[in-house]
Design a protein around this ligand. Structure first.
Ligand SMILES: NC(=O)c1ccc[n+]([C@@H]2O[C@H](COP(=O)([O-])OP(=O)(O)OC[C@H]3O[C@@H](n4cnc5c(N)ncnc54)[C@H](OP(=O)(O)O)[C@@H]3O)[C@@H](O)[C@H]2O)c1
Length: 257
């Protein structure tokens, strides 16, 4: 599915935003407010009813590095901003490969990760599989907020009850004991407190997604004295410059025009 973007005013180039995050939407909104770029945001198509940004949109995979490079060439893309989620590792590596093939500058827009504060009891895992191995040692009633896509990783943990929160219902293998809560952030501290208490949660599992929309769960866990199992981020591909905010990404675009 695609909608061709309408260029407003003089065209400063075609920016492809690899999206699926609040930052990607904010960047598209900022560029729609009077910039001279033509903008297309690309979404993977994982969410049934995505919040669409202004400008052009296209939905669905490109077909790996070669497919993305072909799309960049066919649509006259002059800049790529990888504003995918910090855990969308494959897409970020595809973007790095396709940008190198096409000779088009690429920026990774990544919101800062979370840091533990006083009173936090965090255990770090290098992957979802690592988190699944550590979880039974930390609790028996887990609030799992790592998304529905990796849920199969926890499917064999029969001794743990899960409260799973995701935007769309999970598919594929899931843990034997679970309740699914369909919801989309932002979430409030009051809401998270209430959720932890109502479900007698004794451990929180999260990716280090960063950002404010889903951070209240960390404060609620701290208040309740709960352990938090945090999955570390994969690295940004080597050599790709990073911006940690939408204004910083706009600066990069200005410098690369
Ligand atoms: N992983 C998370 O925790 C998470 C959380 C919130 C939102 N998201 C968003 O959900 C989407 C999918 O995440 P993921 O972790 O499944 O990605 P992934 O594992 O890195 O990517 C798998 C494949 O999905 C396609 N794809 C991913 N992002 C795309 C995009 N923005 N536009 C077009 N195709 C895309 C690509 O297919 P082709 O190889 O065919 O091009 C890619 O190879 C991303 O847009 C991401 O920003 C992810």
């Amino acid at each position: 599915m695609s909608a061709e973007p309408a260029a407003a005013g003089p065209v400063g180039g075609h920016v492809l935003i690899l999206g699926g995050t609040t930052e990607a939407r904010r960047l598209a909104e900022a560029l729609a407010r009077g910039s001279s770029y033509r903008v297309t945001t690309s979404l993977a198509g994982r969410v049934a009813a995505p919040v669409l940004p202004p400008g052009g949109t296209r939905i669905g995979g490109f077909g790996g590095v070669a497919g993305l490079a072909a799309w960049i060439g066919a649509h006259g893309v002059t800049r790529v901003v990888d504003a995918t989620h910090p855990f969308a590792e494959r897409m970020s590596f595809n973007a790095a490969g396709a940008a190198a093939l096409s000779g088009v500058p690429l920026l990774a827009l990544r919101r800062p990760g979370w840091e533990p504060g006083p009173g936090d009891a965090w255990t770090l895992a290098d992957s979802l599989a690592g988190a699944a191995a550590l979880l039974p040692g930390l609790g028996r009633r887990a609030f799992l907020t790592t998304g529905r896509m990796g849920l199969h990783t926890f499917a064999d943990l029969d001794g743990v009850w899960f409260l799973v929160r995701s935007v769309d219902p999970p598919a594929g293998p899931v843990p034997a004991h679970l309740e699914v809560l369909l919801d989309r952030g932002p979430f409030t501290l009051d809401g998270e407190r209430e959720l932890l208490a109502r479900h007698r949660i004794d451990v929180l599992v999260t990716k280090d997604s960063g950002g404010s929309a889903t951070a209240p769960k960390l404060a609620a866990a701290r208040e309740a004295g709960l352990p938090v199992l945090v999955v570390r981020r994969p690295p940004v591909p080597e050599g790709v410059p990073e911006a940690d905010s939408v204004p910083a990404a706009l600066d990069w675009l200005r410098q690369h025009t």
